[in-house]
Every structure is written in C-alpha cells, then in structure tokens.
Ligand binder design. Structure first.
Ligand SMILES: C[S@@+](CC[C@H](N)C(=O)[O-])C[C@H]1O[C@@H](n2cnc3c(N)ncnc32)[C@H](O)[C@@H]1O
Length: 220
C-alpha cells in the first residue's frame, strides 16, 4: 500500500510523468492491446468467457445474442483447439476464440471499461492449500476484472468448491464489486455445470456489478 501511495505521489509530478512517457511503450501501438473492434470488424457489447473449456455455454449464448461480440478464452492448447473447432463449426460471425492466459488479457490487454460481461464458470479449484497460489481469482485478477468491466456490466461466476466461492466473493468485493440479485444461467450450461447438475452436486453461483462507490483504477 505504501508503495502504491508513493507511486501515486510521484506520478502526480509533471516532470516525472514526462520522463516516464519518453520510455513507456504506448498501449495503443498494439504491443499490449487487443482490439475487439478489429477482431470482430464491428463495435458491439463484448462478452468474454474465461476458461471456456468445450464452449457449450458460449456457443449457445453467441447464437442467442447476435448483436453482441463473444470472445472465448482458453489457456490449454489442446482444449483451445477443440473449442475452436466447435466454435468454428457454429459459423457465428460474433464468436472468436483466443488461446491464451486470461490474466494478461484482463490485467493488461483489454481497455478499461470495455467488457459488458465476464463469464467465469468452474475455474480450476486447485484444492490443496499449497496450490492456492495458482487459482485464477487473486486480488490482482479481481482488480483487472474491475478495470475492464463497462458501466452496467457484470461478472458472472460459478464454482463447485464452497471455500473457493467464499474466497471469490471476498476478492471481488475488495476489488470494488458488489453481489447483485438474479440468476446466473451460465452456471448450469457449461460442460462442468451440466455434469454437476447430473450428479446432484451443489454449486455456488453469483453475479457481481461494480460498486458505484469504488474507485475506477483504469489508466486508459
Ligand atoms: C474446470 S475447467 C471448466 C471449463 C468450463 N468453464 C466448464 O465449466 O465446462 C477450467 C478451464 O479453465 C481453463 N483455464 C485455467 N486457467 C486459465 C487461464 N489462466 N486462462 C484461461 N483459461 C484457463 C482450463 O484450461 C480449463 O479448460
């Protein structure tokens, strides 16, 4: 925290900003940015599914909402290949697949307030305590979700692990989200969601909106 405050103080000095600008690579030059308008060749509300797996949910949702753009993000190369085959077979102009780690996408590459919905269903739970550091939901990732969510946008999440559900709520609230009422239809429409419904396993789902009182940390 002290370091963040110090950085804020330094950044307020014009000569410091000027020195920094002489070396900082501009986000707009394409090094660190992803341009949904260019990818989809149109401007439209953007929904992202992080860890899309087989793509059951996002293919159906993209077909249901042709007026929105959908990006399926998947880290695993073989899973992303199968996902791309399924999404490609759906022949939907509003659906694209990115084989990448969602963390740099959310933390760095997407513009501030550019995503109308983030869908994150059954992120890997990493159940052993010594592996918790590999979990997707960290304060840093939650801050990235907050930065990228558009006004009126939502983060929709589901997990089958009660303790991870508590942790997800905690980091999202700390990042400036509040829990909102309403269903999370994606939670039982993904492959994992369907499997859990079929075996009668309890799952935890929630949707989160930006808390109006929270500060927007977007840089751009
Ligand atoms: C448990 S599976 C759930 C898949 C799908 N959401 C479902 O409910 O059927 C988690 C998925 O997230 C992907 N994943 C894990 N870490 C990721 C990351 N950092 N970025 C993108 N995808 C990730 C995994 O490869 C895996 O396909």
């Amino acid at each position: 925290m002290a370091r963040l405050r110090k950085a804020g103080r330094v950044w307020r000095r014009e000569e410091a900003r000027s020195a920094a600008r002489s070396v900082l690579i501009d986000h707009q030059d394409g090094y660190f940015t992803i341009s949904p308008e260019r990818i989809f060749e149109r401007a439209a509300p953007l929904e992202i599914e992080i860890g899309a797996g087989r793509g059951d949910f996002i293919v159906a949702r993209a077909a249901e909402y042709p007026d929105r753009n959908f990006l399926a993000v998947e880290l695993s190369d073989p899973v992303a290949k199968m996902l791309a085959v399924r999404c490609g077979a759906a022949r939907l102009a509003n659906l694209k697949v990115a084989r990448m780690d969602a963390r740099p996408l959310v933390n760095l590459m997407l513009s501030a307030q550019s995503v109308s919905r983030h869908h994150i269903y059954f992120p890997d739970p990493w159940p052993k305590e010594r592996h918790h550091k590999h979990r997707l939901f960290t304060p840093c990732f939650a801050a990235g979700l907050r930065r990228t969510i558009a006004p009126g946008g939502e983060v929709r999440v589901a997990t089958d692990v009660a303790e991870y559900a508590d942790e997800i709520v905690r980091v999202l609230v700390a990042a400036g989200f509040r829990r909102a009422e309403g269903p999370v239809p994606g939670a039982d429409k993904t492959a994992f969601g369907r499997k859990f419904v079929a075996i009668g396993k309890t799952t935890f789902a929630g949707k989160f909106v930006a808390d109006k009182s929270s500060i927007d940390h977007g840089i751009d």
